[in-house]
Every structure is written in structure tokens, then in C-alpha cells.
Design a protein around this ligand. Structure first.
Ligand SMILES: Cc1ncc(COP(=O)(O)O)c(C=O)c1O
Length: 401
């Protein structure tokens, strides 16, 4: 890796070459069983349905419109369909409230652009979705993490952090969090919404995984528990196709003009043809049955992983037991080092993501994130067997990262 150029802007200081990223490139090898990706299983992507939708929006007199410049707010039909998806999740939304974004990652970027001055404090979950962490750090914010338990953010710790740090915003993934898979309980949702309103803190509810529930009943969105301070962000990436790069954002009216100007400045608008095809796909009514199929296939994958972990992890390990999403989070006994384990695991044909980079402050090197989404139950069993072999190998057999 080349040394970083000294003329880089200050916001890029502290970015590191990632040895982990280099190692995870090996996950492309055919014999590798990867528990690393946060991606939909490729065989489940409805390529035929999408191909039909693209074909239709590119055919006939409206075809040219599908590849023209378009409005920054997003394709009107798609905004209507996305508002329907939000209403299915139990929150109020109209098409005119929706801003279409280039993936939900851009929604997070727009929020950071309009709300954060350098030095502002952002509260995040401990651990936190990595790309959000990077984004907030790049906007010059001070990032402070709040502890999470099996039912999500700890309200008392959140209240104390708000008092101490006077944050501008709280970023949370309340449902099937990345990287832990945990879900904020109903009581805690109500408490977080109440605190945010009382203390005047913006809350970003990032919800790409909410539809991927395999057990139990859905919980109301944080937005439903207290809409005043909640900016809701979601995505088609995990439920339709990530390459479409389509997400959306719903924010309180006082933020909308600024968010729209930021969107114009960043990329004018999200890809017209992708939006038109997504709108067409959603209009056919194919999404609910597609999501049902995702649930049917992912459910046994999650169950297989949760069933096998007690046998393969060393005594003293802890892990989450999510009811949905794509991830299980493991904490090996104190002193274990998942970063050091990775090359060893990769040599044995299994990959995972070490947990350390997901921490805003003091990293916990004994943690790792396992995704169950892209492997069959049999492959998950085999991947975990290989992981166990790596865990059981003697230290002198290990390569150091
Ligand atoms: C919690 C969370 N937010 C946002 C994203 C970004 O998704 P996209 O930009 O594809 O919508 C991801 C992707 O993994 C994620 O896990």
C-alpha cells in the first residue's frame, strides 16, 4: 500500500489502509465460504423481474424519458411506491414527503451535509455500521458511541450521553442492526423518541433490514413512536437489488428544502432509468411475494447459524440472537483477537469481518460479524466448521495480521 499523500484534506487524515480489506478480496476465490458480505444472496435477486421492468420502461414513446435528466426529488411514481412501503411499515407517508437517494448511503451523506458542522457531536451505537461511522468522521464530527444491549441502545446511557455531549444527532439502526443484528425493543423505541424530542436531538433511523424479519411480530418504526425529530432512511438494496443504488429519506418539513438543495449539489438526481424500472417493478406488485421468498430462504440460514454457534465457539464466547436481518455478532472470550484470526480462517477457506473497525472509540478486537445471507444451510455448517478449526489452531500456526 502506497503512503498517503500529505496534501490530502484534513478530513481524510486518520483513514488507514485496511489490511482487512486486502484479505477480504480473497473471499472472491471460488472455494471460499464467505460469512463476510452484507449483500443479498445473488440467486435470490429477481433478475428476470427487473429485466422485464427495464425492458418496459425503455420501450415505446416513454423510453426516452427513462434516460433523460429528471427532478432532484425523484421519479414521482417511485416516490408514491416508496411512500406505500413506509405505510406498510405503519408510519404515515405521502409520495411528496419522499426524497429518492442514490442508495441509503447518500441519504446519510445528505443528512451529514445539512446538519453537521465540524466539531458537532454525533452519537452512534456501539458498535456502529462502518460506512456511517466513516461518513460522520469525514464530515468533521466528533463521534461518541452509546452502549447497546440485546434490545438495542441503553436509554439511561443515551440520556447521559445527550446531557454530557449535547449532540446534534443520534444515528441508529433500530431493527436488525448492522453489525450486531439486534433490535431496539418497543419500550426503548418510545424512550429514545421521547428523549430526542425533549432534548432537541435529531435521530436518524436507518432501516434497510426491517422487512427481513424471520421470527416474531414487527415493531413500530422509531418514526412512528415520535415523528418530530426522526429522519427515516431506507433502501431497496437488501430487499430488491443493491446495484440499483436506490434508497430514500423522509424528514421533518423544516429540513426538506436544505436536503433537496444538497441533493441537487451532490448528483442532480439519482439514475432516471433505475428509478423508472424500480417504480415499474413495484407497480407490478411483485415486491411483497419477493420479500416473502427472501424470508423463507434466509430464515433457515439464520437458524442454522444460531444452532451451530454453541458447538463451535470457545467457552466464554457471547453472541447475539437476531430475529432477522443478515448478521450475527460474536464476542470471543476477552483477550481473543479476531483480526489475528482472519488470515488463519481465510487460509482454511472461510471469511468473516473482524469487529474492531465498527467501534468509534476503543475497539473490541475479540468481536466478529458473521453474515448468514449468502450461504446455504449446509455451507453455513461447513463454514462454521472451518471457523472452529481456525479458532482451535495453535497460536504458532497463525499468521499475524
Ligand atoms: C445499516 C446500513 N445502512 C446503510 C447501508 C447502505 O446501503 P445502500 O446505500 O446500499 O442503500 C447499509 C449497507 O450495508 C447498511 O447496512
Amino acid at each position: 500500500m502506497e503512503p498517503l499523500d500529505p496534501s490530502l484534506a484534513a478530513r481524510m487524515h486518520g483513514i488507514e489502509s485496511s489490511a482487512v480489506r486486502e484479505i477480504l478480496k480473497l473471499t472472491q476465490l471460488p472455494e471460499m465460504l464467505s460469512l463476510a458480505g452484507g449483500i443479498p444472496a445473488p440467486e435470490l435477486i429477481d433478475v428476470a423481474g427487473l429485466a422485464g421492468a427495464f425492458q418496459r420502461v425503455l420501450t415505446g414513446p416513454a423510453g426516452a424519458r427513462s434516460v433523460q435528466y429528471s427532478v432532484s426529488e425523484g421519479d414521482p411514481e417511485l416516490r408514491e411506491r416508496l411512500a406505500e412501503l413506509v405505510r406498510v411499515r405503519g408510519a404515515e407517508a405521502l409520495g411528496e414527503d419522499v426524497l429518492v437517494t442514490t442508495g441509503s448511503q447518500q441519504a446519510l451523506d445528505l443528512i451529514a451535509t445539512v446538519l453537521l458542522d465540524p466539531g458537532d457531536t454525533v452519537l452512534v451505537e456501539r458498535p456502529c455500521y462502518l460506512a456511517a461511522l466513516q461518513l460522520f468522521l469525514m464530515s468533521g464530527a466528533r463521534v461518541v458511541s452509546v452502549p447497546c444491549e440485546d434490545d438495542g441502545l441503553v436509554p439511561e446511557a443515551l440520556e447521559a450521553a445527550i446531557r454530557e455531549h449535547r449532540p446534534k444527532l443520534l444515528y441508529t439502526v433500530p431493527t436488525f442492526q448492522n453489525p450486531t443484528g439486534v433490535t431496539l425493543s418497543l419500550e426503548r423505541r418510545q424512550e429514545v423518541a421521547r428523549l430526542a424530542k425533549r432534548e432537541g436531538v435529531w435521530v436518524v433511523e436507518d432501516d434497510p433490514y426491517g422487512e427481513l424479519r424471520y421470527h416474531g411480530a414487527p415493531l413500530p418504526l422509531l418514526k412512528t413512536c415520535g415523528p418530530e425529530r426522526v429522519i427515516y432512511v431506507s433502501s431497496l438494496s437488501k430487499i430488491l437489488a443493491p446495484g440499483l443504488r436506490l434508497g430514500w429519506l423522509l424528514c421533518p418539513p423544516s429540513l426538506r428544502p436544505a436536503v433537496l438543495v444538497a441533493k441537487q449539489a451532490k448528483d442532480l438526481h439519482s439514475s432516471t432509468v433505475d428509478q423508472r424500472a424500480a417504480a415499474e417493478y413495484l407497480t407490478t406488485g411483485a415486491l411483497p411475494s419477493h420479500i416473502e421468498r427472501l424470508r423463507e430462504v434466509y430464515r433457515p440460514r439464520l437458524d442454522t447459524m444460531l444452532g451451530a454457534l454453541p458447538q463451535i465457539l470457545p467457552p466464554g464466547s457471547r453472541w447475539t440472537r437476531p430475529a432477522g436481518g443478515m448478521f450475527v455478532w460474536v464476542e470471543l472470550p476477552p483477550g481473543a483477537d479476531a483480526l489475528a484470526l482472519l488470515p488463519n480462517a481465510v487460509e482454511r477457506g472461510v471469511a468473516f469481518v473482524p469487529g474492531a473497525p465498527f467501534f468509534a472509540e476503543k475497539e473490541r478486537r475479540n468481536s466478529l460479524r458473521l453474515s448468514f445471507a449468502t450461504l446455504s444451510p449446509d455451507q453455513i455448517t461447513e463454514a462454521l466448521r472451518r471457523l472452529q478449526a481456525a479458532l482451535n489452531s495453535r497460536p504458532e500456526e497463525r499468521r499475524v495480521l
